[in-house]
Ligand binder design. Sequence first.
Ligand code: IPE
Ligand code: IPE
Ligand code: MG
Ligand code: MG
Ligand code: MG
Length: 327
Amino acid sequence: MGLKKNTSELINLINTKIINLDFPETPSLLYQPVKYILGNKGKRLRPILFLHAIQLFSDLKEIHFIPAIGLEIFHNFTLIHDDIMDKADIRRHQPTIHKKWDENVAILSGDAAMILATKQFLSLPEKIFKPVITEFNKMALEICEGQQYDMDFESRQSVSVSEYLEMIRLKTAVFLASALKMGAIAGNATTNQQQQLYEAGINFGLAFQLQDDFLDSFSNLEIFGKKPGGDILEKKKTFLLINAFTKSSEKQKKELSALLDNTQISPDEKITAVKKIYTDLSIDKLTKTAIKDYYTKGFLWLNKINGYQAVKEELISFFQEMQQRIS
Ligand code: IPE
Ligand code: IPE
Ligand code: MG
Ligand code: MG
Ligand code: MG
């Protein structure tokens, strides 16, 4: 250690450490699902951000990988419960835990994952443990708040763009922002540097969820690894649906509402019809523009930060790649 690591070196180390995590053998229905979801590789975004943020200000140490893995475990916990709430059958090209096993298994293995996640922070030196865990707890509760708004909005007729943005700030953006900020704290950054990184993370996080909403409608299972159209079927108030309602004529509004409530047509027919409205109204282009704008804001914040130049460049190219993501 001591040297700076590039993103692919970090990913390899993160994945190796996840594979080597030691779980008790029994009860197998508690731990096996946790192992399963962690083994189905995701992008490992949050530990990458945490580790890059540390080395932006100081040297990486072996010990930093433990809370980094904690963040990934926590992320996977949110996904386990999110998939029950969203009735999602596939994630990372594999059956979700409540499908492969059942809902009770998913609830309890999710709880266990959450506890195992927070345990990883105990390895931090005492001086930084308290500020890091304080930030972590704030973020974790905000995710719950965002997830509740997401649920509340499913049954609401109208949701404004600003309500939507606040909901995704809470359910998604604060995690990216806090991962960066926790890294900055662990790397002994100044309060100002911590805050700048947090603001960058919020903007990248908003862009990231907007992309996720876009891909939920416009990607396909083979690439995305999640079943597209799930948001449409669940009447999620995504940026796409909200804007479709504001941009449509009275006639189209009625058509769209009726379509979302229609139980006579097949899910595939419903998804195709809603997507047609989206493209007719150029909602796809509008969403792409919003994504670009938030990335631009994120880069402005990132560029302001005074840290090791090579790491800053690595973070910039990481987010440039994220901007192009299709899965
Ligand atoms: C999925 O997160 C949940 C969202 C916030 C959209 P990721 O897209 O980071 O999921 P993985 O970990 O790469 O699968
Ligand atoms: C998920 O948002 C946010 C959290 C898991 C907290 P989504 O519900 O859109 O994420 P995916 O699409 O299932 O990954
Ligand atoms: Mg969800
Ligand atoms: Mg979901
Ligand atoms: Mg989604």
